[in-house]
Design a protein around this ligand. Sequence first.
Ligand SMILES: [Zn+2]
Length: 252
Amino acid sequence: MRAFENRFFRLEPVRPGLWLLVEKTVRSLVRANVWVIEGEDAVLVVDGGWGLVDWPLDEIFADLDRPLWSLTTHAHCDHIAQAFQFTGRRFGHELSDAVMRAPDQENTNAQPWTPYLQILAEGFEDLGFVPEDYGTAFRPAPLTDVLAQGDTIDLGGRRLEVHETPGHSWHSLTLFEAEQGWLFPGDVMIATYIVDILPDSDKTEVLRTHQRLLELPFQWSFGGHGAPLDRRKAEGIIERYAERKAEEGLRA
Ligand SMILES: [Zn+2]
């Protein structure tokens, strides 16, 4: 693999064998991370972004000599838009599959939320993006591989454990790569605001999930939004979230 950049996208190295695909069209505060994990036998793209512009996969992953697989940490609008492009294996939670088969404005939470988020980055006004229409053009991306707690994904020389981590949504998955100590928790544990007020959110489940994540010996967390977190920062985020929920009378 190699780095890539054009007007809309950037593929940048993060760690040996780990890349980040950046959708430059989306304001950084609400941009969703697309982590690309390299194995010897396959490359796994974690999540499918907002998709304001279709990803030119052939250019971004030019000369890739391994199959390109995709995984959905959870089927919300900012993480699924480009999943349809991955014609190899598509991984995700069983409850995500229902959404991925027929993604729309409602079941992906695209509406009524998008108009409040100012998602378009400066300099892309010519795209004619209409926040109120966002979510009408999603294309189906049924899963080929339904995952559950205890499953593993073998990329060749790199094994990812699958953990069911509900809270942000009922179908949220976390990947853990034990050898490097890498965690990919989707949106259930991120440095920016942990969203727990969606129709498919559950605050007590977030608290329980956080306790289970702490049991994993991760060193770095690569979440669905924001910069990577070292373990100490992640622990601080979990602690502060628990304090805020305790004020609401909620405990794990
Ligand atoms: Zn998100």
